[in-house]
Design a protein. Structure first.
Ligand code: PXL
Length: 299
């Protein structure tokens, strides 16, 4: 056995992922499962819905899993299993948010990482099918239980009541001063809710994208070159890389740099290959690079 596994007989950490399964378009569980596995972590999915494709296409077939989720989770309860990490992502309804919160209560152990990706909005707008009160459910039931959160800038504004247009205005100014001060205040507000690690993604500034990493009391702004079109599913890939890397003992800042580098490379090759934006990013061709500890240096 040791030979087959290349000498590695360690037991992988377990990461439960509450997210939908969209069959076409490369997002949610369809990207989380391979990415988390590639990083040597066991992915245990809890599907919130099964869709033919994500909602960025003009239409979709959707089978909602709200009624199935409780018996699915109850069956896990009978198995005497626990998780090193839990990711919550795309859900639709208040009831699903309650179920996710109950799941965390039931399966959380002393050191379990609870990673909340609000997965509800982008580019200043809620995703299709979400109502305005959804942000409140996520904030009150999930963000307060989280150890790590990863909103994009639209979601961070919705969670805190900060103004998305003001972020855009400050981001367009030649000096970073007002943008940084505004984001610092936003991070302070999010931190008050409970999480110790906060990543705010996707602040666009000229031809660059800024990600904010707040770990304990430190806040850093990581700026990278925008590599191409904004594409669906990249948030799920990003969360999966950060969460699995944290479980593997990486620091938050390194995990975010690794995730940003991988997503940026995937966007670049997808644009070069002429993949339609709705089809997400080509990641299959570069997945094996994720396992390499030197990935950050091979862009
Ligand atoms: O990646 C975000 C996402 C996940 N799941 C579904 C979506 C979207 C974004 O549009 O539609 C079903």
């Amino acid at each position: 056995m040791a030979d087959i596994a290349g000498g590695d007989i360690s037991i992988p950490k377990k990461l439960a992922v509450i997210n939908d399964l969209s069959g076409y378009g490369r997002c949610s569980l369809c990207v989380s499962i391979p990415v988390i596995s590639a990083l040597g972590v066991q992915c245990c999915p809890v599907p919130t819905a099964v869709l033919s494709n994500h909602t960025g296409f003009p239409s979709e077939y959707k089978f909602d899993m709200t009624r199935q989720m409780r018996p699915y989770i109850e069956a896990w309860s009978q198995l005497d299993i626990g998780f090193d990490g839990i990711i919550t992502a795309y859900m639709n309804y208040e009831e699903q948010v309650k179920i996710a919160a109950d799941f965390i209560d039931r399966f959380r152990q002393k050191d379990t990482m609870v990673f909340v990706d609000p997965a509800m909005a982008d580019h200043g707008r809620l995703y299709r099918g979400f109502t305005d009160d959804y942000a409140g459910y996520i904030r009150d039931r999930l963000i307060r239980q989280a150890t790590v959160i990863k909103p994009n800038i639209t979601e961070a504004c919705l969670l805190t009541g900060f103004d998305y247009d003001r972020v855009k205005l400050y981001a367009a100014e030649p000096k970073l001063k007002r943008l940084k001060a505004y984001i610092h205040d936003m991070v302070g507000e999010l931190r008050e809710l409970g999480p110790d690690k906060i990543v705010i993604t996707g602040i666009e500034r000229n031809d660059r994208i800024i990600n904010v990493v707040a770990d304990g009391s430190s806040v850093s702004f990581i700026s990278g070159r925008r590599s191409g079109h904004s594409r669906g599913g990249t948030g799920d890939i990003f969360s999966s890389i950060v969460a699995a890397s944290l479980l593997q003992g990486m620091s938050l800042e390194r995990a975010v740099r690794k995730a940003a580098d991988f997503v940026s490379m995937a966007i670049r090759i997808s644009d070069e290959a002429g993949v339609p934006v709705n089809e997400g990013v080509i990641f299959e061709n570069i997945l094996s690079k994720l396992a390499s500890t030197s990935f950050e240096h091979c862009k």
